[in-house]
Ligand binder design. Structure first.
Ligand code: AMP
Ligand code: ZN
Length: 488
């Protein structure tokens, strides 16, 4: 089975062949930490989590390295710090904002069932690497210092001979088109309108570090250089996959390629460039001014969107049901449908496996085959619905496949989230099952009364194997009572 992934640079689905199958390397641009992450930010996190899981399955868990950075130096962070902690020195306030936001981000994406990346580097811990790359670029004639800024010159890159890619190849535009485009600013320290900032002066009180390129005042890095530095440090000069949202192709990724390839004289920064499509909300671009800005936290912990709290796996499934490269319209109706899907899958699995208790089954071949086709999750969901139908008709093998698929996508373990647990339990744990648990608990109480600890432990283990945890306590009259709940 060959893994095929769509590459933004060549605009083709190509067979994926890692540079080193014992060390498959992926970099994804992470959040700028100044506020709660919104549901658009969750898209790359979830999409690349599934790819991470697939790569781990194909190449072995210890052979895949996933790096997702934390951008902790940025104007938006500085502004937020000054606003929220006016009494503190700016640097202290900035640390408070970034630490708090990073924690919120982790809590949110954990709740969405995403594995932590192998490394989560912070930009401010890689200033030395940024300076090193900048020095190499200046020495190579690709960058110059001017008025305490260091600028990268795309024109110099395109004038150089050799292995380097053409600046603009990833975004598929020429320098002339970029000059005509509105997204390059003219500034007095730039020789060309297309030149972009590698390093700039810090304003008084802002975080600052000793500057490269002979600049005597302190300064701070531009945004693009961060990712070149962190990917180099953790993955090397060239690696396998670079990902992020489609909005990052230009200028961010184009500039990352330029910096990295010119610094190390390589033709490629990443073998495969992958970009997720954009997310909009109920048919409109998400924006604070339109009032349709939705954070992950609001979905999980408030009833603001669609009138109820949404379990993490419902959010996750909703995100995955649209192909990652297509735009996605985030609607309450889509969440309702995913809620129904997950509930119906639990209901299909439970008669076979006692309420859908996670098992350790490998993902079915159909799941891997579907994902290997450029993460064709829709194909996999279609299979899952079929397995659910078969399971309801009594097919235990189908139930097992469905359970294994749901586990692989992390759509089941979290279901012991209270909302969904209660819902699923009300609808799926049939009376026969409850009666069985009660019978076993009674037998155990009898064994305990006879001081037959061996038998009492055996029954506890039997229930535990079904995912049922016992809680021994006393009732209002002080008599021992045992209640049960499903292990979380
Ligand atoms: P940012 O913090 O804005 O740099 O974004 C972090 C990640 O979220 C990047 O990979 C962005 O491409 C991605 N992203 C931001 N907004 C959206 C959106 N509305 N839809 C999809 N991805 C997004
Ligand atoms: Zn980046």
């Amino acid at each position: 089975m060959a893994l095929r992934l769509y590459d933004t640079l060549t605009k083709q689905k190509r067979e994926f062949a890692p540079l080193d199958p014992h060390n498959v390397r992926m970099y994804v641009c992470g959040p700028t930490v100044y506020d709660f992450a919104h549901i658009g930010n969750a898209r790359p996190v979830i999409v690349f989590d599934v790819l991470f899981r697939l790569l781990r399955h194909l190449y072995g868990e210890s052979h895949v390295k996933y790096v997702r950075n934390i951008t902790d130096v940025d104007d938006k962070i500085n502004d937020r710090a000054a606003r929220d902690y006016p009494g503190l020195p700016l640097n202290e306030a900035i640390r408070k904002v970034t630490e708090k936001t990073e924690q919120q981000f982790h809590d949110d994406v954990d709740a969405l069932g995403c594995l932590r990346p192998t490394v989560e580097p912070r930009a401010t811990e890689h200033i030395a690497e940024m300076r090193q790359i900048i020095e190499k670029l200046v020495a190579g004639g690709f960058a110059y210092a001017e008025q305490d800024h260091v600028l990268f010159s795309p024109a110099a890159m395109n004038a150089a001979n050799g292995v380097l890619p053409r600046y603009g190849a990833l975004a598929n535009r020429t320098l002339d088109e970029m000059i005509a485009g509105a997204r390059v600013d003219v500034a007095p320290y730039k020789r060309d309108a297309t030149d972009f900032v590698l390093w700039k002066p810090s304003k008084p009180g802002e975080p600052s570090w000793p500057s490269p390129a002979g600049i005597t005042t302190e300064g701070r890095p531009g945004w693009h250089i961060e990712c070149s530095a962190m990917s180099w440090k953790h993955l090397g000069e060239t690696f396998d996959i670079h990902g992020g949202g489609i909005d990052l192709v230009f200028p961010h990724h184009e500039n990352e390629v330029a910096q990295t390839c010119c610094a190390f004289h390589t033709s490629r920064m990443a073998q495969t460039w992958m970009h997720n499509g954009f997310l909009q909300v109920e048919g409109e671009k998400m924006s604070k001014s339109l009032g349709n800005f939705v954070t992950i936290r609001e979905l999980l912990a408030t009833e603001k969107f669609g009138g109820r709290k949404w379990p993490g796996e419902v959010v996750r499934l909703t995100m995955l049901k649209t192909h990652y490269r297509s735009p996605i319209d985030w609607t309450a109706q889509a969440l309702e449908e995913s809620f129904e899907n997950i509930s119906s899958w639990h209901a299909a699995i439970s008669p076979h496996f006692l309420s859908g208790i996670p098992g350790d089954y490998p993902p079915p071949e159909e799941v891997i085959d579907g994902l290997a086709d450029d993460l064709n999750f829709s194909r996999v969901v279609a299979e899952m619905h079929q397995w659910a139908r078969a399971a309801r008709a009594g097919d235990s093998a189908a139930a097992k496949k469905l359970a294994a698929a749901a586990d692989f996508f992390e759509l089941r373990r979290m279901s012991w989230d209270r909302t969904l647990q209660e819902f699923v339990y009300e609808t799926t744990v049939d009376d026969a099952l409850r009666a069985k648990f009660d019978r076993l608990i009674e037998a155990r109480a009898a064994a305990r009364a006879n001081k037959d600890w061996k038998e009492s432990d055996r029954i506890r283990d039997e229930l535990a194997a079904m995912g049922v945890v016992l809680k021994d306590g006393k009732d209002a009259d002080g008599k021992p009572v045992t209640t049960w709940e499903i292990a979380r």
